[in-house]
Design a binder for this molecule. Structure first.
Ligand code: SF4
Ligand code: SF4
Length: 291
């Protein structure tokens, strides 16, 4: 049976709905969801932008076929035999409301959403790839790849074998902002994953022309609100200073103390995703012909 894109998206939504981890029980809000919903985009496995990412980021960066072989090592599929599904998980409103009230530390909901991401996305990825497999479609979730790790990019410093945000850009889900975050149709308060599908599906059209089209600063020189809200001074006219940002994240990880948070499992801050015009969607003022 050949699954359609709509059927695949429905299975992804079902996997999120079934997850017992998509709530704030651990911090006392069992009825509140962390991730309000999903957005999805499909890219051709042989889209030239995947090869561009490898040239630009470093030789360690995986092609879709290499990412697929992480789960199916015997596979002989080439990039052109595959489709890359990018999934956006956007945050529920109460997390954003709480985050918007913070000044130099993230809200507890935000901290927990970030801290619980890895177990949640692995659980989601297993559910989805099992469902696809039962429906006759082999799929490799990048978040289950055994060798997924940080590497050193000659051009960008710390970078992983696979970038979820670059993949989302290629699949038509959003463009980068001044702070480096991806601005999607549901805004910047979101996280991404990718699943490589062993089938050829029609890729989604990218509505934008440039990789920063949905950021007001790059579009017309206005905004820059993310610069003002960053407590570390890590965002400037030249963009995001990863070293300053990382140093700040490390510092607040040490003193953000709550029994439900695993210290240093992951970094959290995200203040540049609060109180900004791109928090909940493509900001007002972005021209219609690129949105
Ligand atoms: S806050 Fe403004 S400048 Fe910063 S990423 Fe969003 S749109 Fe761009
Ligand atoms: S995550 Fe925090 S420290 Fe890093 S750029 Fe955003 S606001 Fe600044």
């Amino acid at each position: 049976m050949m699954l359609t894109k709509e059927q695949i998206i429905a299975l992804a939504q079902e996997s999120l709905d079934e997850s017992r981890l998509n709530n704030f029980s651990a911090i006392g809000y069992p009825k509140e969801k962390i991730w309000a919903g999903l957005d999805a985009g499909f890219a051709a496995g042989d889209d030239p932008l995947f090869a561009f990412c490898r040239r630009d980021i470093g030789d360690f960066y995986w092609s879709p076929a290499e990412a697929f072989r992480q789960i199916y090592p015997e596979s002989r599929a080439g990039d052109s035999d595959l489709t890359v599904l990018s999934l956006c998980f956007y945050m529920a409103a109460p997390i954003k409301k709480e985050q918007n009230e913070q000044k130099d530390r993230p809200g507890l909901r935000w901290g927990y959403a970030r801290n619980s991401w890895e177990p949640l996305i692995q659980d989601f990825s297993r559910r989805l790839t099992d469902k696809l497999s039962i429906s006759g479609l082999r799929a490799a979730a990048v978040d289950l790849a055994p060798d997924l790790a940080w590497q050193e990019s000659p051009k960008y410093g710390k970078a992983a074998n696979w970038s979820q945000r670059h993949t989302a850009y290629i699949a038509g889900l959003g463009t980068f902002g001044l702070c480096d975050g991806l601005i999607g149709r549901h805004g910047k308060a979101a996280r991404y994953t990718s699943v490589i599908l062993e089938t050829v599906l029609e890729p989604d059209k990218r509505p934008y022309k440039h990789y920063t089209d949905w950021c007001l600063f790059y579009q017309n020189g206005s905004c820059g609100v993310c610069r003002q809200v960053c407590p570390a001074g890590a965002i400037g006219e030249q963009g995001h200073d990863k070293d300053k940002c990382s140093a700040y994240l490390l510092k607040i990880c040490e003193d953000f103390d709550h029994p439900a948070l695993t210290p240093r499992r992951s970094s959290w801050c995200g203040l540049c995703q609060g109180r900004v015009p791109c928090q909940n969607g493509i900001p007002e003022g972005i021209p219609n012909d690129v949105r």
